[in-house]
Design a protein around this ligand. Sequence first.
Ligand code: NAG
Ligand code: NAG
Ligand code: NAG
Ligand code: NAG
Ligand code: NAG
Ligand code: NAG
Ligand code: NAG
Ligand code: NAG
Ligand code: NAG
Length: 480
Amino acid sequence: MASFSSLLLLLLHVLMAFKTGDGGEMTSMEDDELSGLFEVMGSLLDDPTWAQVHPQPCTDTPWPGIQCELMAQEDGDSQQDYNPTIFHVTKIHIGTDILTPPCKPTATLSPKGLLKLPYLKTLSLFNCFTVSPFSLTSSLFENNSLSTLEHLALVSNPSLHGSIPPSLGHIQSLRILSLSQNKLTGDIPQQICGLVNLQQLDLSYNQITGSVPQEIGGLKSLTIFDLSYNMIGGQLPSSVGQLQSLQKIDLGFNDLTGRVPEELGNLTRLVLFDLSHNSLSGPLPETLFGLKQLEYLVIQDNPINSGMPLFIGSLGRLKVLSFSRCGLMGPMVPSLSSLKNLTALSLDNNSLNGTVPSDLGSLPYLEQLNLSQNQLSGQMLVTEEFISRIGTRFDIRGNNGLCIKNSTSTEVKSPSCISARSRTGGNKSSRVDAEDRPDECGTMNSTLYQSNRCPRNHHRFGFGFDQVILLMVFLLSLVF
Ligand SMILES: *[C@@H]1O[C@H](CO)[C@@H](O)[C@H](O)[C@H]1NC(C)=O
Ligand SMILES: *[C@@H]1O[C@H](CO)[C@@H](O)[C@H](O)[C@H]1NC(C)=O
Ligand SMILES: *[C@@H]1O[C@H](CO)[C@@H](O)[C@H](O)[C@H]1NC(C)=O
Ligand SMILES: *[C@@H]1O[C@H](CO)[C@@H](O)[C@H](O)[C@H]1NC(C)=O
Ligand SMILES: *[C@@H]1O[C@H](CO)[C@@H](O)[C@H](O)[C@H]1NC(C)=O
Ligand SMILES: *[C@@H]1O[C@H](CO)[C@@H](O)[C@H](O)[C@H]1NC(C)=O
Ligand SMILES: *[C@@H]1O[C@H](CO)[C@@H](O)[C@H](O)[C@H]1NC(C)=O
Ligand SMILES: *[C@@H]1O[C@H](CO)[C@@H](O)[C@H](O)[C@H]1NC(C)=O
Ligand SMILES: *[C@@H]1O[C@H](CO)[C@@H](O)[C@H](O)[C@H]1NC(C)=O
């Protein structure tokens, strides 16, 4: 896109050279549009001479934050037929890549100026409103102002406060709306749910309250929906299930309550689903087995308080699964170990009991496994390759006597089953003895390892030197 514009610029320069050679005068922009641009830049930038330094911002005196496009002139004015095309300002961008001159402390958006830029497609201002309070007024998006906008990004503006004006819903051409990392308050206006061309809606990191509007289902083209880090409460409307193009939905760190609607199982293209840090209750609907493309399921820190959902086992593409601190109870879903693409599994701080599904410790890409603070028991089989891959990102502390078998590493944050071999000082034949009684676990007396369910066999096997070393390394690893 950028190179296309520069090509156009180059083309014009060539054209200009020709015209100048002919001695002809060429209008590169309409006066009204140019004065609109000067007004907008004047109200934003900390350089009163900007207009003088850039008298022809589309041609001779460009500025990197402004893009223009050559377009055929609309009214076929016969006097101007020697000049069939003209430049229009299509993009204004200020961001970390374009810093000079910076935005002024009293930066604002000039509604009058913007009204004169009828071809603007992109307006993106990063870290521009930083000192004087600035808010988006309704009039900014009224009377056809900004009506051709496709991409509006006002991001990381610490002094951009106030609410999102409902008139934003007038900009039917909008494809990307990002108002992330500002100080916006108030509700999400229902009017923006009529933006049928909107593909990305990012309102993350604000102080938005209220609830997700029922009308949200109207955003038929939405692929990215990010409301994370706000104070949005209430129930998630079932109409979210109508956003059939959705690939990413992040509602993490809000105050959502109630149950997740079963209609969300219709979001068959969803790749990322983050509901973490809300007050959602369970159980999660089993219709979510329909999320066949899902790679990231992040539910942690919600009072789900139910059994572990069975649908998880059918989400074959899952890479990251987190149900930490969700009050999950009962057994772990056995089919977890069929999720071959899992790289991170966090089930810590729940009330899961029973044994760990066999083969979980041989998942080929798993790099993080936290099962700590549950009531799991028994032996977990792990391969040596698994242990060397996962290292310290493996945690099964705080369970009911859960231990790992065939560990050659002492780096992992997990109690290992003291093998019969080491207990008896390397007698290989007695390994059979341990395997005959698979629930016989290590009995290291660590306050971090509650081995309630394991037989206490201290009288049979004293702690050998290597167990003491193991315990010390284990405790040291906890300190750091
Ligand atoms: C929009 O139009 C109305 C009436 O036509 C007028 O009162 C108002 O001032 C206009 N707003 C802007 C920002 O020009
Ligand atoms: C979405 O799912 C619900 C129940 O899970 C179902 O009744 C409804 O028909 C589905 N809607 C569409 C558009 O598929
Ligand atoms: C696992 O990931 C690979 C690579 O991204 C992909 O080709 C494969 O289909 C995935 N497996 C499943 C069961 O989806
Ligand atoms: C487990 O979660 C509870 C509340 O959900 C919290 O109070 C506690 O500190 C957590 N424990 C650990 C070890 O993280
Ligand atoms: C797991 O806990 C449930 C209660 O939450 C109990 O009914 C069940 O017997 C327990 N199962 C095991 C294997 O301890
Ligand atoms: C540990 O597991 C590996 C791979 O599964 C196996 O080759 C090795 O013999 C086992 N070692 C012990 C001491 O059981
Ligand atoms: C596992 O989870 C517990 C409790 O939530 C946490 O304290 C611990 O740091 C985690 N372990 C690892 C290795 O991330
Ligand atoms: C191993 O134990 C068996 C009986 O359990 C015993 O016959 C054998 O001598 C022991 N071997 C060693 C090396 O201690
Ligand atoms: C474990 O150690 C604590 C003190 O560190 C002690 O009170 C307790 O009796 C010990 N338990 C066993 C089973 O050795």
